[in-house]
Design a protein around this ligand. Structure first.
Ligand code: ADP
Ligand code: MG
Length: 321
């Protein structure tokens, strides 16, 4: 039984019915109609040794716990407002706690989000942050993609996965080490795309943040929207540092199946692309068109370059539902 079967079997029945729920289980966040407001609620847990290496700096752990939740709100087009923190700690080390709380503040304060409660317990290091945001208008969900839409991504993909792979390697020299350091920062300090999410609420049909890799997360859009997604593997944006450290083939593999980037993948009608590009320049976010939504189901990939063809041939990504 995978995570999704487990939720469908044991927890979906507890959702019940009622028009106070605008979006329920199965998207990046739940949308609640509360009086005249719409609230978006998200929660994510980071377990030491599973979601981050045991050697991670406490500042980075705190930052990441905030940022990955902000990213889910970004994917819903919501503005974050309030946070709660459930923290399980093996011991109360003042230095560790000062660094952790400063990292959490570094994520929450620029997003104007206040920590309003939580729970503190003793045990193996586990960090759960819940966020509540406001929503102006209609939510951006995984389910609205339409045939003919362009598939776009923000930023570059696969960097965080590469950063995690190299973080414990012995030091290299010169530019190789600079590239590695940049990739490690991409893992520890993901940038939640909140301003982009606001823009997408008016322009995009569907969006999700990339926490589990492009194929897995775009697969959620295709499934929820009952459409197929066709990706041009040569168009997937890869950073210079990633290419320098891993080479094109491995970098593309990281981008397709490595998690933790927290960029957004979204779909929009071709007529909205010019407006998006203009706003993206103002936000200093790179946007890349990587494919198109089609009728049908599943993900379909094409590739022309040698590296992308090799990745495609080795992986069976060509067609799966
Ligand atoms: P994300 O990667 O965006 O954080 P997840 O893959 O963690 O999303 O979760 C997928 C969906 O399943 C979300 O809508 C989430 O709220 C829901 N979900 C996950 N775990 C549970 C659970 N134990 N009970 C109810 N819903 C859950
Ligand atoms: Mg998400």
């Amino acid at each position: 039984m995978d995570e999704f079967e487990l939720i469908a079997r044991y927890f979906a029945p507890l959702q019940g019915e009622g028009d106070d729920l605008v979006v329920g289980q199965g998207d990046d966040g739940a949308v609640i109609a509360a009086g005249s407001s719409r609230l978006v609620v998200v929660v994510d847990t980071l377990v030491a040794g599973v979601h981050f290496p045991l050697s991670s700096p406490p500042h980075a752990i705190g930052y990441r716990a905030g940022a990955v939740n902000l990213s889910d709100l970004a994917a819903m087009g919501s503005s974050p407002r309030w946070a709660t923190l459930a923290l399980t700690l093996p011991e109360a080390d003042p230095h560790w706690l000062a660094e952790f709380s400063s990292g959490l503040a570094a994520a929450l304060q620029p997003a104007a989000t206040r920590l309003i409660g939580g729970d503190t317990t003793r045990g193996s290091l586990t960090v759960t942050v819940q966020l509540i945001g406001l929503l102006d208008g209609e939510p951006l969900t995984r389910a609205g993609a339409q045939p003919g839409d362009l598939i776009c991504v923000s930023g570059t993909l696969g960097d965080a996965c590469a950063g995690l792979a190299v973080h414990a390697e012995p030091p290299a020299v010169g530019s190789e080490q600079m590239s590695r350091d940049w990739l490690v920062q991409r893992f520890y300090y993901p940038q939640p795309r909140l301003a982009l999410g606001q823009v997408l609420r008016d322009l995009a049909h569907a969006a999700i943040d990339i926490s589990d890799g492009l194929l897995a997360d775009l697969g959620h859009i295709a499934r929820s929207s009952a459409c197929a997604a066709e990706i041009d593997l040569d168009a997937v944006p890869l950073s210079a540092a990633h290419l320098a450290v891993c080479g094109r083939e491995q970098a593309l593999r990281n981008a397709l199946t490595g998690g933790d980037d927290y960029e957004l993948v979204f779909t929009l009608p071709p007529s909205a692309l010019a407006a998006l590009r203009q706003q993206a320049v103002e936000l200093c976010v790179d946007i890349t068109v990587i494919g198109r939504i089609e009728t049908g189901s599943g993900l379909h990939s094409r590739a022309a370059s040698g590296a992308a063809t090799a990745v495609l041939a080795a992986s069976g990504y060509r067609h799966f539902s």
